[in-house]
Write a protein that binds this ligand. Structure first.
Ligand code: ZN
Length: 193
């Protein structure tokens, strides 16, 4: 799909999902109307709050990592929050993509999503994308909205890196996990942060 022919040429600086165009718009609107994995996670190990003050978006990401002997660690997530349709749809897409994945596959999803919503990676044209979050490519041309799309992903990334090593093993520093971490707040203010 050629995005330049799909309504992005309007150059609006502050689009909502409705102006993203085409298939991407459909996927984002669908997730914002019927969010997946929204609500508490049971059982839940950790929660990470994320805020995007520029847009007023708030997302709480809930997660647990299941460890079973002889098997890779697996990640389970849900979210809650409110804000613009892009922030909430992105959280829904993230939970859809990550839920039940191995820890390392979940990290790969985080990396791929960041490449897509930041515009570093342009997914191949497809009527049936592998992951719905590929629709976040439609956001990449609007720097203000990249922060909306990034919020849930950055929150989960912070949660996982705070409590687990890169293979999903719980970090040993229990003081960091039980005292410092629950007070950490993520604010996405600039593109770089
Ligand atoms: Zn937003």
């Amino acid at each position: 799909m050629n995005l330049s022919n799909q309504g992005l040429t309007s150059m609006k600086s502050n689009p909502d999902a409705d102006s993203l165009g085409g298939l991407y718009q459909e996927i984002i609107v669908e997730h914002s109307r019927r969010p997946r994995h929204k609500g508490p996670l049971s059982p839940c190990q950790f929660c990470q709050e994320g805020k995007n003050p520029l847009c007023g978006d708030e997302v709480n990401v809930f997660a647990r990592v299941e460890q079973h002997a002889g098997a890779p660690a697996r990640v389970f997530v849900s979210f809650d929050g409110h804000g613009c349709s892009i922030s909430q749809a992105s959280a829904s897409m993230m939970c859809d993509a990550v839920n039940g994945q191995t820890f390392e596959d979940a990290l790969s999803c985080l990396d791929k999503a960041e490449d897509i919503y930041s515009g570093t990676l342009v997914p191949a044209d497809s009527e049936d994308p592998e992951h719905d979050f590929e629709a976040l490519a439609g956001v990449a041309k609007f720097p203000v909205r990249i922060k909306c799309a990034a919020l849930a992903w950055k929150s989960l990334e912070l949660l996982l890196s705070t409590h687990f090593d890169e293979h999903g093993k719980p970090l040993q520093s229990t003081t960091a996990a039980t005292e410092a971490a629950p007070k950490r707040k993520l604010k996405i203010i600039t593109h770089e942060s």
